[in-house]
Design a protein around this ligand. Structure first.
Ligand SMILES: [Fe+2]
Length: 258
């Protein structure tokens, strides 16, 4: 099957389609696809974002809101079901809404909860629509990287990193593939968040990286990533993809490693 994600094209084979208007993505996913929604209140309750004060004020004054939704395509769409049976890889689709954890048009940018993997397996992220920032933090040194990702980019996340996605200006749609047995460790994020968070400064009209005082770690911005033809790999050699994700040491050349 030829994989294509052009906007407006109905990707029935892949189980979803979308439209974008003024930076807002409307997503239609195959009926009966299991999904969950993550609200701002949960990120506040678990203290995984940095500016809790403004975030709490937002929820109090404007009500709770969905920050992102995750759809388990591997449980409902034939293409991903077959990939799962063949390789044990789970394919999920995430729609991350753009917004601020603040009542103003500035402040901490919407992001996912973030996690690390329980087992030493990697993950493939594919950005389907719009730009985003991937925050990576080494699990033992907390050295962090803020990776600028563009639409169409693919990125292999090494298991030594906790990871979280952040957006600005427009909603972001991305696909993730990881071995089911990789597991999710959310506890490493709970109660403290990430060593760095992204904020929009309206006066200076720019995105800024802020340090979290709960950590003592350096960070770097990464604006260029390896070119990876992830679709070709999924389409033509899913066994190789499985091997890359299950054996990051042997396949180090595929991964960003700081
Ligand atoms: Fe992950």
């Amino acid at each position: 099957m030829k994989l294509s994600f052009d906007e407006g094209d109905i990707r029935t084979q892949l189980g979803f389609s979308y439209r974008q208007e003024k930076g807002k993505i409307s997503l239609v996913v195959k009926e009966n696809t299991p999904y969950y929604r993550r609200h701002a209140s949960r990120l506040i309750e678990d203290e995984v974002i940095l500016d809790l004060e403004n975030a709490k004020r937002k929820v109090k004054e404007l009500g709770d809101c969905v920050v992102y939704s995750v759809y388990n395509l591997w449980k409902s769409v034939d293409f991903f079901k077959e990939l799962y049976v063949k390789t044990g890889l789970v394919g999920d689709l995430t729609l991350l809404n753009h917004g601020f954890f603040s009542t103003q048009n500035e402040g901490e940018l919407f992001c996912t909860y973030g996690h690390a993997h329980e087992k030493f397996f990697g993950e493939l992220y594919i950005v389907l629509k719009n730009k985003c920032f991937l925050v990576l933090s080494d699990r033992s040194t907390f050295q962090s990287f803020v990776v600028w990702l563009n639409e169409g980019d693919s990125f292999f996340i090494h298991p030594r990193f906790m990871h979280r996605m952040t957006v600005h200006r427009k909603d972001c749609l991305f696909l993730t593939l990881a071995p089911e047995k990789a597991g999710h460790d959310y506890l490493c994020v709970k109660g403290r968040g990430f060593p760095v968070s992204l904020f929009y400064n309206a006066e200076k009209k720019r995105v800024e990286i802020k340090r979290n005082p709960k950590f003592d770690a350096s960070y770097k911005a990464v604006k260029k990533v390896k070119e990876i033809d992830a679709f070709k790999l999924i389409e033509r050699d899913p066994e190789k993809l499985k091997d890359v994700l299950e054996d990051p040491e042997k396949n180090a050349k595929f991964y960003f490693n700081g």
